[in-house]
Design a protein around this ligand. Structure first.
Ligand SMILES: NC(=O)c1ccc[n+]([C@@H]2O[C@H](COP(=O)([O-])OP(=O)(O)OC[C@H]3O[C@@H](n4cnc5c(N)ncnc54)[C@H](OP(=O)(O)O)[C@@H]3O)[C@@H](O)[C@H]2O)c1
Length: 291
């Protein structure tokens, strides 16, 4: 089996590279070697590599910047996935693409299922939703895994910020009015690889039978405050911490350009039942990540 992985240096792409390396040959690329905003180059890349499965964890993920760079974000998140889906359909292969909980407005009041109507409230969410729609419209073989609050230690993100604040601030303030499903990039990669393994030698038929949209995230839901508390709790180098108090705050205390959904936690029952894969609760993955 041959894979094309776009976005090998991202949080998820990094883990996919390592998790899928025993499943077949992987041709892995990232920006600027390939630019998702360049449809022509993308088509050429897919036609040259001719993968059986294209893994696309690459995306324009700068939620704040997407507000002012909408057109670029749209090319990368909205247009490119459709191009990839078209090229994979021509090859008779499959596309595994990743999307976001930010396609929802967060007003539901409980975790979202796949059939809930999306209604993004920021530019990033708008572009990612377009990407989902473009992939589905091609009607090839595809899986879209919508995930939430992806973290790893590889890139500067929420976890590294919290660890840094805990070492530099006696009082930390973390918002408790945003709820999501924290998802370890490694767990996400492993669950993706398990789906591929289940297809065995009939992988393309298997993916075709199960094609569609799935929520795939750490089980349960947490506020950013709870998430930060868990990081501080499981920090293996606690002796370096100076933090004495972690207080709750409100999103309005930290003005941002992009709006965030209040509650965009994902219900992943469809994924678990379809593929018979257990998704660990969000907190236990943080414990494992921190060692
Ligand atoms: N991070 C989250 O909290 C989160 C939450 C929900 C869903 N998701 C989704 O999950 C997937 C994986 O996210 P992640 O956190 O692993 O993302 P990430 O760490 O930001 O990695 C994204 C990768 O895409 C690359 N990329 C950006 N623009 C590109 C372009 N024009 N052409 C080619 N590659 C480009 C980036 O390269 P550069 O670093 O050079 O820009 C980076 O390597 C994405 O689909 C994302 O939308 C993420």
């Amino acid at each position: 089996m041959k894979f094309l992985l776009i976005g090998k240096y991202g949080q998820l792409g990094w883990e996919l590279m390592r998790t899928c390396m025993t499943l077949g040959e992987i041709v892995a690329v990232d920006y600027p070697e390939v630019d998702l905003a360049n449809s022509h180059a993308l088509r050429e890349l897919v036609q040259t590599v001719k993968p059986d499965i294209l893994l696309n964890p690459a995306a324009y993920t700068a939620v704040e910047k997407a507000e002012s760079e909408f057109e670029v974000a749209r090319l990368v998140n909205g247009v490119a996935p459709g191009v990839l889906a078209e090229e994979m359909k021509k090859l008779g292969g499959a596309l595994i693409h990743y999307s976001t909980d930010y396609v929802f407005d967060g007003e539901k009041g409980s975790s979202y299922i796949e059939n809930d109507a999306p209604n993004p409230i920021n530019a990033y969410g708008v572009t990612k939703l377009e990407g989902e729609q473009q992939v589905a419209a091609v009607e090839g073989t595809y899986l879209i895994f919508r995930t939430s609050w992806v973290y790893s230690l590889r890139r500067a993100g929420f976890i590294s910020k919290v660890l840094n604040w805990a070492r530099t601030q006696e009082v930390m303030r973390i918002v408790d009015d945003q709820i999501g499903s924290p998802t370890w990039a490694r767990m996400l990669a492993q669950a993706s690889a398990q789906v591929i393994i289940q297809g065995g030698t009939s992988i393309l038929d298997y993916l075709c039978q199960h094609r569609g949209l799935y929520h795939l995230a750490g089980a349960g839901a947490a506020t950013r405050y709870e998430w930060a508390r868990a990081v501080v709790e499981f920090d293996p180098n606690k002796e370096e911490q100076v933090v004495k108090q972690i207080l709750t705050a409100k999103s309005a205390d930290f003005p941002a350009i992009a709006r965030r959904p209040v509650c965009s936690a994902l219900n992943c029952d469809r994924f678990e039942e379809t593929f018979n894969i257990h998704l660990p609760d969000w907190k236990s993955s943080i414990r494992l990540l921190m060692g």
